[in-house]
Design a protein around this ligand. Structure first.
Ligand code: FES
Length: 246
């Protein structure tokens, strides 16, 4: 209670001043306060001060455009120029922002792509002159065995003559090779993933000893539990003596 009384005492000058009624008061001069009803000059002066009329308005001139500093000039006269400047600034900021966003996105996406050493490992270049006719060579590519077979004319003719109706996974020999002399397939059995043996089996192509799958010289499944032909990877011949797989 004592604290409440104390606070009221502190506020009493203000309460007295704001309670007064004034007529035709022109702020902030004290001389104009002549028509005050029932209050002395002194108490009014104190009341006006407590109403914060003595606080100076901040000067924003430094932040205003030169065209609108003069209070006697209409701001409409310079509106076109100011609007053009605003549009220019907005447009320039947008262009810079879009370019920055594009750069960030590009760098982020490219950081997720494979690095140069990984890309180098993803391809293998093979010199075909090292593989004699009738032989199959095995290479390691992307952690898997890769068969490259140099077929003889007899093998080519035999595989092209196969009746597709006999095949479990029908595919013509011409659809599995770019050059009939070269058969390039993954050395992974399509049954459970064993590595078949080249130049073996009932069809002279590949034989998987794990469960007895027989593939022909085009890598097509002919007998045994494997459901599909040996997979043909992407490859190309940059010249007659070279093949690039991958
Ligand atoms: S994994 Fe080759 S036949 Fe089963």
């Amino acid at each position: 209670m004592l604290a409440l009384v104390g606070r009221c005492g502190t506020l009493s000058p203000s309460l007295r001043a704001t309670k007064g009624t004034t007529k035709n008061v022109v702020l902030p001069g004290i001389k104009e306060l002549t028509s005050v009803v029932g209050k002395t000059k002194d108490s009014l002066a104190r009341g006006l001060r407590l109403a914060h009329t003595d606080i100076k308005l901040p000067d924003f001139s430094d932040y205003r455009r030169p065209e609108v500093i003069d209070a006697n000039k209409s701001s409409k006269d310079s509106s076109d120029g100011r609007r053009a400047f605003s549009y220019l600034l907005t447009g320039a900021t947008t262009v810079v922002g879009v370019y920055a966003a594009k750069t960030v996105v590009t760098q982020f996406v490219s950081s997720m792509s494979a690095s140069a050493d990984v890309l180098a490992l993803s391809k293998i270049e093979i010199k075909l002159g090292d593989i004699p006719e009738g032989k199959n060579m095995t290479f390691k590519w992307r952690g898997k065995p890769l068969f490259v077979r140099h077929r003889t004319e007899k093998e080519i003719a035999a595989e092209e003559a196969v009746n597709l109706g006999e095949l479990r996974d029908p595919q013509h020999d011409k659809d599995r090779v770019l050059n009939p002399r070269w058969v390039i397939v993954l050395g992974v059995c399509t049954h459970l993933g064993c590595v078949p043996i080249a130049n073996a089996g009932d069809y002279g192509g590949y034989y998987c000893p794990c469960h007895g799958s027989h593939y022909d010289a085009s890598g097509r499944i002919r007998k045994g539990p494997a459901p599909l032909n040996l997979e043909v990877p992407f490859y190309e011949f940059p010249d007659d003596d070279t093949v690039i797989v991958g």
